[in-house]
Design a protein. Sequence first.
Length: 255
Amino acid sequence: MVSVLAPLFEPSISLYAEPCVGMGAVYLDLRARGFKGYALLADTNGAVRSFWEHVHDATKAAVLLAAIRDLEAWPLTSDGHRAMCKEAVDTSSAEYVARFLWITNVSFANNPAIYEKDHWRFEGTKLGGHPGPATWARIQRQTEKVIAGLRGTACTILPDGVPLLAGLPTNASAYVDPPYFDKRQYGSGVLNARTFLDAADACAASLVVLSEAVGEPETEGWEKYSKLVVDRVSQGTGAGGNREEVVFVRRRASR
């Protein structure tokens, strides 16, 4: 996916926006290729937002790495997984982010874990495969790499991507990868894929790249850039197998 989208975003752009950033593969690739401009990121998942806040801030990043190391001894077993999911955590802390990374990476699930009502929930089964110490060591190395790659960069992280798109100036470049239709974590069906599709349609940015599985933009000026078959592995009803996504691109002159 990233290799297909990368040519669309030049490192020389001045402003990058991603309203459904998730774990930010496209954004991180752009930074790795030399993008030094400002970024506007958004996600409704509070743990995702807290992750990006920590890795962009040198002081918070150091605390996060310490919190990740503190989880090395947590048992990578079904009982350990169940205990972590049920245990309350301070959502203002680095431990909150570390636990989010732990649960998201050792669970067999379609989407990142969400913390609400003093426990974690996610879509999928409890413990994915047979994770061992090497699994958590890999997550530590990846987090260290992300922090190093973002050192000295600036961004704002917002809770809602729709107003982010609505307020973008014409010199912005935006990547819009909406959630699956009617996913609960995007507002119980209020903020769904169609909402982001309409927001992308109305966005004033000079470049908008839209990766979409449920519909097409309704205004003129969009071109089909690529068709992708994306692996989707799940034991959930109706979510197994692959899905097809079409990448649309719209370019406008920057004023």
